[in-house]
Design a protein around this ligand. Structure first.
Ligand SMILES: *[C@@H]1O[C@H](CO)[C@@H](O)[C@H](O)[C@H]1NC(C)=O
Ligand SMILES: *[C@@H]1O[C@H](CO)[C@@H](O)[C@H](O)[C@H]1NC(C)=O
Ligand SMILES: *[C@@H]1O[C@H](CO)[C@@H](O)[C@H](O)[C@H]1NC(C)=O
Length: 209
């Protein structure tokens, strides 16, 4: 009985790719996207794959966030990253094993006057239900509601200029298709540490209206 059941499960697992073709209504087991690698990342559902971008529905997420000073040399980026990293490796967070996650998200105000200030955020892992309060006054926890976003992905080592160029391409594309989005800011999501050379994955997001 037991063995039979296990065989059946195995067959079901092996057969999922075929089964989904025949029964698109049966939801698959959630598969973490490849570009998250070994790390935890927010869960989303692909709403639609477009030619140059994707429409995704993200579940509600929790982030640990800090202000980001935009400067030419990227020193602000290093400072903000360090602040967040200090939080996840702090003694309390360590007890809870708050691991590094992806993506590292940067909020970029776009229009004049800009909608708020730039920030950097780390995703709080799903396993950590009750993260410790940050002790650094510049670091805070923030809950994001479930949201629908348009995402354009690109590879390589991305500088500020690459992200903003890709954001403009995405904005143009969305406008051309008549898709509504909040154009007062975009989010840039990085998935790799600087030591990863191949298969680097970067994204720009606009929040759908
Ligand atoms: C943006 O930053 C400035 C300077 O640090 C601060 O005075 C202001 O309150 C911030 N605005 C928002 C919306 O957080
Ligand atoms: C953190 O990483 C360790 C080792 O990779 C893993 O065993 C543990 O489950 C992870 N914890 C969380 C909260 O993701
Ligand atoms: C767009 O985003 C800004 C910044 O978060 C927010 O203040 C504003 O209400 C949003 N606009 C719409 C139409 O949702």
């Amino acid at each position: 009985m037991e063995i039979k059941y296990q065989l059946l499960s195995l067959l079901l697992v092996l057969g999922t790719s075929q089964a989904t073709e025949q029964e698109p209504d049966v939801p698959d087991v959630y598969q973490k996207p490849k570009f998250c690698g070994q790390l935890d990342c927010p869960i989303y559902r692909l709403v639609k794959q477009y030619d140059k971008f994707e429409h995704r529905d993200y579940e509600a997420t929790r982030w640990v966030r800090t202000p980001l000073e935009n400067d030419f040399f990227g020193l602000g980026m290093v400072k903000s990253f360090r602040r967040l990293y200090k939080y996840i490796t702090g003694s309390k967070a360590k007890e809870m094993k708050i691991n590094m996650t992806v993506p590292v998200v940067i909020y970029k105000p776009r229009n004049q006057p800009p909608a708020g200030n730039s920030t950097m955020s780390f995703f709080v892992p799903h396993e950590v239900q009750d993260p410790p309060q940050p002790t650094d006054p510049d670091v805070y926890l923030s809950d994001s509601p479930a949201q629908s976003v348009y995402v354009r992905s690109f590879g390589g080592y991305a500088l500020d200029s690459a992200y903003s160029k890709e954001a403009e391409v995405l904005a143009e594309e969305l406008r051309a298709l008549g898709l509504e989005f909040n154009d007062s800011f975009y989010l840039r999501s990085g998935y790799n540490d600087p030591f990863t050379v191949y298969d680097r994955h970067n994204e720009v997001w606009f929040v759908a209206k």
